[in-house]
Ligand binder design. Structure first.
Ligand code: AMP
Ligand code: TRP
Length: 330
């Protein structure tokens, strides 16, 4: 049987954090040995909000380097930059013409990002359609992402099915793969909202490239509660439960094992131990990142990735255009 095709993407904004790592990147690495994987740095998604051009370029290389620092091997997986494969934009437009403003208005991420504004940037509104194009352009079977992308994956499937209904066998209908534990890492200072790249308080998140001192500071001041027992109960004890989730995901211990380890201990003990576990997990990533980011290989790897991605995208895009009747027949 042919290997399954896997696609996923991460935005090149700064601060790739533990949520991105545990919710997405860790799965990417697991999948590279069993499937044909494409992992993309989605710079065209990043410009749905204003970006500083110089910083954006740097961040593209940062994320590509982080991909490799967390264990992706460019010999196994295709690593590339979205804007370097023009098929994403082309298919994005075609799918825009098959989507409805009503369904896009229901996307919770759009609603959250656009809170209170009367008019929204059009790119922000159609962002999930470009994401669908990213996925469908490669006849993708599986999309590993964090839980927060569930609705976008559903939309992608809806679009694929809708087009297939009109033009049979145009798209492969993909499935999301959501990680069970650690799928949603919450913010350290407000454990009722998810850890995010853009939150103002830097201590709300642990970035993968944080120093040991920063890791310690952020964890030690994480919000807990006044109840004093270490127990996994996201509803009533969101802060402590989030620390347990991170502990479990980084150490490989199950949540009940972590609970048992800290039975009768104080929050300070849990936090101190979590500081060590986190530092031990991130130090090797930081070291590899430093090597790769400034190596001359990085450009060659991304050139090669884009060429391989283009070769896979071309026949799919030809098929889509043929079915829609655009362009002359090849
Ligand atoms: P983004 O930073 O939005 O480009 O997200 C990159 C990947 O990380 C996506 O697959 C997200 O679902 C995932 N992700 C982002 N934030 C979190 C979080 N707090 N917890 C778990 N996964 C997350
Ligand atoms: N929208 C995703 C996020 O914010 C990033 C993304 C863009 C993506 N295109 C994708 C993820 C395709 C998976 C597949 O996290």
């Amino acid at each position: 049987m042919a290997k399954e095709r896997v696609f996923s993407g991460v935005q090149p904004t700064g601060n790739i954090h533990l949520g991105n790592y545990l919710g997405a990147l860790k799965q990417f690495v697991e999948l590279q040995d069993e499937a044909e994987c494409l992992y993309c740095v989605v710079d065209m998604h990043a410009i749905t909000v204003p970006q500083d051009p110089k910083e954006l370029r740097e961040h593209v290389l940062d994320v590509a380097s982080l991909y490799m620092a967390v264990g992706l091997d460019p010999k196994k997986a295709i690593l590339f930059v979205q804007s370097e494969v023009s098929g994403h934009a082309e298919l994005g437009w075609i799918l825009n013409c098959s989507s409805y403003t009503g369904e896009l208005s229901r996307m919770t991420q759009f609603k959250a990002k656009n809170k209170g504004r009367e008019s929204a940037p059009t790119g922000l509104f159609t962002y999930p359609v470009l994401m669908a194009a990213d996925i469908l352009l490669y006849d993708t079977n599986v999309v590993p992402v964090g839980n927060d992308q569930k609705q976008h994956i559903e939309l992608c499937r809806d679009l694929a099915l809708r087009v297939n209904h009109r033009f049979p066998d145009t798209f492969v209908v993909p499935e999301g793969r959501f990680m069970k534990s650690g799928a949603r890492i919450m913010s350290l200072d407000d454990p009722t909202s998810k850890m995010s790249k853009s939150a103002e308080n830097i201590h709300s998140r642990i970035s993968l490239l944080d120093t040991d001192a920063k890791i310690k500071k952020s964890i030690m001041r994480a919000t807990t509660d006044s109840d004093m027992t270490i127990r996994f109960d996201p509803e009533n004890k969101p802060g402590v439960s989030n620390l347990l989730t991170i502990y479990s995901a980084l150490s490989g211990m199950s949540i009940p094992e972590v609970e048992a380890k800290f039975d009768g201990a104080g929050y300070g003990d849990l936090k101190k131990s979590l500081v060590t576990v986190t530092q031990e997990a991130l130090t090797p990533i930081r070291d590899r990142f430093d090597q790769i980011r400034h190596s001359s290989e990085l450009d060659d790897i991304l050139d090669d990735g884009a060429a391989r991605a283009r070769a896979l995208a071309e026949p799919v895009l030809d098929r889509v255009k043929e079915h829609f009747g655009i362009g002359r027949l090849k």
